[in-house]
Design a protein around this ligand. Structure first.
Ligand code: 6PG
Length: 246
């Protein structure tokens, strides 16, 4: 198999990353709507993407073509302030006319196991996604895939317990699901991410690195998170092995 490449694009600040991410997503959404009549996007949790969601909410798009999934969710009540789905609703989904039937929140309030079982058929029916949006934690986690956690082979959605980033109970798409997509867009901003990005740069087998090397990935990062590193110095992706988890 040929080398699959991760494109690292360094932008000045977090605002530039958000603007470029929003622009890129809108281009992909238009392309997908024209080509296939729909745009299947997996939204990222955490705080980094919120500026992107707010910019998308101010844009015009063929919203009726959008189908919205989530990469992970915290096992909290649906109206809890720390829910990824609520944050996305406040920043984007509640502000644009995406048909409600096309938004697929994870029923994480049921608990990790039940939520994973309930979400699996939805993901199965949606693959391949058009774009998977992800952030990266300070330990190199992405979605709710944390270093050192065992990921069952073959699963698309898994329960997560003992997450080092609260809350401990979560539900997450697996690398197999997150890489079954036309493109992955990873956003990394802020000085807190420098260490993880440098480790990634040195070839550490972090959850985020495993996702990135499995397919077409664009990483948008700012200077504070390590963009002053020579992006050309980042290791090329190793050839994709058979156990890429697909
Ligand atoms: C979550 C996210 C998680 C997040 C990273 C980065 O539920 O917390 O899915 O993977 O993307 O922890 O979070 P920030 O963007 O807030 O730094």
């Amino acid at each position: 198999m040929g080398l699959v490449h991760t494109l690292f694009r360094v932008l000045d600040g977090a605002g530039d990353v958000a603007a470029e991410a929003a622009r890129h997503i809108l281009v992909r959404a238009e392309q997908a709507a024209v080509a296939r009549g729909r745009f299947r996007i997996v939204l990222a949790g955490g705080t980094t993407p919120l500026a992107v969601y707010r910019q998308l909410a101010a844009a015009s798009a063929d919203w009726s073509a959008w189908e919205v999934y989530f990469g992970d969710e915290r096992c909290l009540p649906p109206d809890h302030g720390e829910r990824n789905s609520l944050a996305a609703t406040r920043a984007l989904l509640g502000r644009v006319p995406i048909p409600q039937a096309n938004v697929f929140p994870m029923a994480a309030e049921l608990g990790p196991e039940a939520a994973a079982v309930a979400y699996t058929p939805l993901v199965e029916a949606a693959l391949p996604f058009d774009l998977v949006l992800l952030g990266m934690g300070e330990d190199g986690h992405t979605a709710s895939l944390f270093p050192g956690h065992v990921i069952p082979q073959g699963a698309l959605v898994i329960p997560v317990h003992d997450a080092p980033k609260p809350p401990p109970d979560r539900v997450s798409l697996t690398p197999r699901a997150l890489t079954a997509t036309r493109e992955v867009l990873i956003l990394v901003t802020g000085v807190g991410k420098r260490e993880a990005l440098a480790a990634w740069r040195k070839g550490a087998d972090l959850p985020v690195a495993r996702i990135a090397r499995a397919g077409r990935t664009i990483v948008l990062l700012d200077r504070a998170s390590g963009g002053d590193l020579d992006p050309d110095g980042l290791p090329p992706d190793p050839p994709r092995s058979d156990d890429s988890g697909k």
